[in-house]
Ligand binder design. Structure first.
Ligand SMILES: [Zn+2]
Length: 138
């Protein structure tokens, strides 16, 4: 037996995180983080279409059957709270939730895979720093 310190690790099934994300007994910020844990690829990024996360956390009016997506401002606040709590990484947004690389590994794809959302954001940032302007926003 060696005396070196190791960081034990385990694997988690991603669908379990999706099931937890669907449990409305928990706060929205945790559920948003769990959605990311259930969806991230090997690069740690989980991409969504505009409004998709709000749709995931829709509420159903049991009297009318009306489905109402979660308010986008609530989603934004939940993402910020998940970042502040350390469950999501800085740079997470409603288009791409990022799990912390120091805590999470694995998933479909390749760890070096480029995230299209963050690549586009980085290019836009470079254009803006060079004095250019852009009309697209995240
Ligand atoms: Zn990304």
């Amino acid at each position: 037996m060696t005396a070196r310190r190791e960081k034990p690790w385990a694997r988690h099934y991603q669908h379990i995180w999706h099931e937890r994300a669907a449990d409305s007994r928990f706060p929205l910020w945790a559920r948003v983080a769990w959605l990311a844990y259930g969806s991230h690829r090997a690069n740690g990024h989980a991409n969504y279409k505009a409004g998709e996360i709000a749709l995931v956390f829709s509420r159903v009016n049991t009297a009318t059957g009306e489905v109402r997506p979660e308010d986008k401002h609530n989603i934004q606040r939940a993402i910020k709270a998940a970042i502040a709590s350390g469950w999501l990484s800085e740079g997470s947004s409603s288009l791409c939730l990022v799990v912390p690389a120091h805590a999470v590994a694995g998933g479909m794809g390749h760890p070096g895979e480029v995230c299209k959302i963050h690549e586009r954001r980085a290019k836009r940032s470079i254009r803006q720093s060079k004095g250019g302007s852009t009309s697209d926003s995240l």
